[in-house]
Design a protein. Structure first.
Length: 253
């Protein structure tokens, strides 16, 4: 059976992707920081491994335990919602360590095996916020823009070895930077002068009729892995597709 390694698979996008690939007959290596707290039901083709993408030793152990994988989904990440003036730079560095360097380190760890087998797919979860600016997301957007840039360069490096590299760009969902859990995890100390502005913005985003569901992302990942002709950047979710469409229209005009 083909196998896929998914980071950040305990909830949200990662969990939905794991379920979809299991349903498609794949062996799934679901990685997460705290496996004991996962919500995944036992399955004969499911293998749960501990992984902290900010810890090189943890990465090496997880990749060794996983063995040869046909696909890697870099989904693990954290959000930050705050105006730049209120951002704690220590937390900003923590975010980049997870979102950018963690994704790079995981990719680097699986590349030798894929290169030797001359086959493999790497899917990096980015965000549609890289295509349209939003307030209070400058740090998060910057980290996802970095993902886009390095992924597209990586694709040029690895195509000669039969390795495909793709980006999935979700919109707003409970598991992203707009979600309450993500905000709480990274800390939110908005300066008083911006408080009303940020709260109004949050209310607008949370009441939006177009949203991204975890299954939208799972389906986009499935296409990225299973379709050799899938485009480099794939929006996931109704809101993300709208943003991509508007972005393309502005570019063409």
């Amino acid at each position: 059976m083909p196998s896929i390694l998914i980071t950040g698979a305990s909830t949200g996008f990662g969990l939905a992707t794991a379920h979809l690939f299991l349903a498609q007959g794949w062996d799934v290596i679901a990685t997460m920081r705290a496996p004991a707290a996962n919500a995944m039901a036992a399955h004969e083709r499911l293998h749960i491994l501990p992984l902290d993408v900010t810890d090189q030793t943890s990465i090496a152990q997880a990749v060794a335990d996983a063995g040869a994988v046909d696909a890697l989904v870099n989904n693990a990440g954290v959000g930050m919602l705050n105006v730049l003036e209120g951002v704690d730079m220590a937390k900003a560095r923590e975010l980049f360590e997870t979102n950018v360097l963690g994704t790079m380190a995981m990719t680097q760890a699986v590349l030798p095996g894929m290169r030797a087998r001359r086959a493999g797919v790497i899917v990096n979860i980015s965000s549609s916020v890289t295509l349209r600016p939003f307030p209070a997301l400058s740090v998060y957007s910057a980290s996802k823009a970095a993902i886009n840039a390095f992924t597209e360069s990586l694709a040029l490096e690895t195509a000669q070895f039969g390795i495909r590299t793709r980006l999935v760009l979700p919109g707003s969902a409970p598991t992203t930077a707009f979600g309450k859990n993500a905000v709480a995890r990274m800390g939110m100390d908005v300066p008083a002068s911006y408080e009303a502005f940020v709260q109004d913005y949050l209310a607008t985003m949370r009441s939006a009729t177009e949203k991204t569901q975890p299954d939208d992302v799972a389906q986009a990942v499935w296409r990225a892995v299973s379709d050799p002709n899938a485009p480099m950047r794939m929006p996931a979710g109704a809101d993300a597709k709208t943003i991509v469409s508007q972005s393309t229209s502005r570019t063409s005009n």
